[in-house]
Write a protein that binds this ligand. Structure first.
Ligand code: UDP
Length: 330
């Protein structure tokens, strides 16, 4: 069998999908989560759950040892860009300092592999599309910087201590488990597909469209939306890659093509079978017109084979999850 995989943030949106992908691939998972945004109910009953912070060295040492952890997947962290501008020190603590504590605990405990949840925000406003991994990393907000610093710590710890790592730079993650076992629960939605699906099930009124005067095919921003289950599979592929002696590195996680905000809203209207009420407002600060991944590296190195590379599938699964949430909470 495989050594156990510790999934930090495994009660959250992406972490919960990673737990499903890991167990389906035959790995044992253990979840560590402080439940600040995640929910206990997101963790399957047969997966051990540790309630606590990634910033707690004693808890980490105990958990790594007790469960025989050989690989860590690190999802726990804060992800709201505007919040990171208002509370930068909270972001550097929760993302950077806690990651430091985790990496240090891993090195001490002899954990062999570390898969890190990074972000396309490390690129800032790239000047070439699609964005390659060797593009300059010039993040434009504390969120992106807090993640980039963690990539640097991993690179340096790998060089000095032999820890193996893969950092996956996510583009726009969306959708939900096609079998309905997991999805995005967060109370404060900021991402487009989640917001549009909430509107489609009547949980909010208008959808604000932030800017329709960008230099794109319909004037609205283009993003590379990735189905969360494909993203979860990429993490499992990264574990296998490192287990097989593959090289450490950073990998974009996107499909290599994008959709405009209007195309996304059209897809939600198609899936819902009714129109949304959309109001065009001014641009949101810090939004690049286009953000699309170059995916050659992840496909070549990890053998990643996306199964849900289709906007309608992403939107359909997101909407099904939103309906389920609405039915559960009234
Ligand atoms: N967006 C929008 N209305 C919303 C949320 C997002 O028009 O309520 C736009 C946003 O300006 C961007 C795109 O949708 O052009 C994707 O934004 P999101 O916050 O989902 O992801 P980001 O690319 O910022 O990580």
């Amino acid at each position: 069998g495989h050594a156990t995989v510790l999934v930090t943030g495994g009660a959250g949106y992406i972490g919960a999908h990673a737990v499903l992908a890991l167990t389906e691939a035959g790995y044992r998972a253990v979840v560590l989560d402080d439940l600040s945004t995640g929910e206990r109910a997101a963790v399957p009953d047969d997966v051990p759950f540790v309630h606590g912070s990634v910033g707690d060295p004693d808890l980490l040492a105990d958990t790594l040892e007790r469960h025989g952890v050989g690989t860590v997947m690190h999802f726990a962290g804060s992800i709201v860009v505007p919040e990171s501008v208002e509370q930068p020190l909270a972001y550097y603590r929760n993302n950077t300092l806690n990651s430091h504590a985790l990496i240090e605990a891993c090195v001490r405990a002899g954990v062999e592999r570390f898969i890190f949840s990074s972000t396309a925000a490390v690129y800032g406003v790239p000047d070439r599309m699609p964005v390659r991994e060797d593009s300059p990393t010039e993040p434009i907000n504390p969120y992106g910087r807090s993640k980039l610093m963690t990539e640097w710590m991993l690179r340096d710890a790998a060089a000095a201590h032999g820890l193996r790592f893969a950092a996956l730079r996510y583009f726009n993650v969306a959708g939900a488990d096609p079998k309905g076992r997991a999805g995005q629960r967060s109370k404060v939605a900021t991402h487009l597909i989640k917001i549009a699906c909430e509107a489609a099930v009547g949980r909010r009124g208008e959808v604000m469209l932030f800017g329709d005067d960008y230099p794109t095919r319909d004037g609205t921003c283009v993003r590379d939306y990735v189905h969360v289950s494909d993203l979860a599979d990429a993490h499992v592929a990264a574990v296998r890659h490192l287990e097989a002696g593959g090289e450490n590195g950073v990998f974009n996680c996107g499909y290599g093509h994008g959709y405009t905000v209007r195309e996304v809203l059209d897809a939600v209207e198609r899936a819902a079978g009714k129109p949304l009420s959309v109001r065009v407002v001014g641009r949101r600060a810090g939004d690049p017109p286009e953000l699309v991944a170059a995916k050659d590296r992840i496909v070549a190195a990890l053998g990643w084979q996306p199964r849900h590379d289709d906007l309608d599938t992403i939107v359909r699964t997101a909407l099904a999850w939103e309906r389920r949430l609405a039915a559960a909470t009234g």
